[in-house]
Ligand binder design. Sequence first.
Ligand SMILES: [Zn+2]
Length: 401
Amino acid sequence: MFGIKKCCLIAGLLCWFCIGLFGQVPESPESRFRCGDWQSYLPDTLHPDHMPGRLLRVNFHIMNSRDSSHNFRPEAGRAYCKRLLESANRQLDTNIRNWRSPEGTAVLPKNYRYVLWPQPGDDGIYFHYDDSLYYLVYVGKNQNNYNRKVLDKYGIGLDSIVNIFIQVHPDDSIRSRTYKANLQGIALGTALKVAGLYEQGKDAFGHEALLNHEVGHLLSLSHAWMEDGCPDTDKHPNKCWEWTEQPPCRDQATNNMMDYNAYQIALTPCQIGRIHQVLSTDKSRLRRCLVPTWCELREGRDVVIRDSVVWSGARDLEGNLTVAAGGSLRIACRLSMPAAAKITVEKGGRLWLDGALLQNACGRSWEGLVQPKRKRKRGEVHELKPAKWEHCPAPGVVQRK
Ligand SMILES: [Zn+2]
């Protein structure tokens, strides 16, 4: 009995010694997730500056017949696109509880927006007159919604801008009693084709949900009423356009952006995590459509770690990073630092590198790691798994554990 106690005492002392020597490795619910998990990309509401908001570049193409009788004229079209964008961004700035998520599910910021992206000499809103490509048919023998011809002919910067094609339902389809000329959209790579907006004759406010829903598809989200890989969206019949006081829509209505309903505003943590995973993944086509705000050092964007933080997913910072006294940071994925920026670990601060890649994602030079000495002591940097440093000088004092 005494032997076991003695063992425990020695083990305890050793443990205390280790913690005293190396400090506690920061653990959090995020520590068990890796770069490829959506859980690693949830906006941190306590530290919003750790994941700067994303800006997705977009442009618009108003497709019209050659006699310009089937879609917005330039002045009205420009005003419409600007209002649509403003309204869509307002929806992205808002999130509310997903009605069909388990009780207690968090409501997180969506953390991305659109920005109209012109080319030199234009405003990013284009008007095309083409009798064979101005219309979209989503069902029936002339179905063309999956056809990419209009993208190939009129797309501008498809490798780096989300191109939004506003088409119309054709006259003969509209005349058919079985064809519904309602709001329709299709997501194709980095482009969208939508129809029904002009025909409805309504203001752009009210059409933003279609835009956000289709961009949601571009950003990898499936329909939420089906099996979409998210534990916080449930499968349901998707039969309720609006909530009503009577069943079944009293209990089955939904407000998710990726369901069909009159609200389409809520995104769950899993859906938001998936979006930011796509936007943080190097090879993703949609990442190339972001304004690369992480290349250069931006004023007022420095991040200071003062508590215990784990970054299990990739991060693109826009300023210097400092681990201050009492703070500890564990990096387990890719971290991009802006050009000329540095990571400073102050005395009393601890940085844990857990298989991290530290780089400038735009290939520019940055200053790497700095551990200033104060009273003969420096901040600590420990490697749990080997780190890779790119585009910067080799780091100085890194302890392996
Ligand atoms: Zn859809």
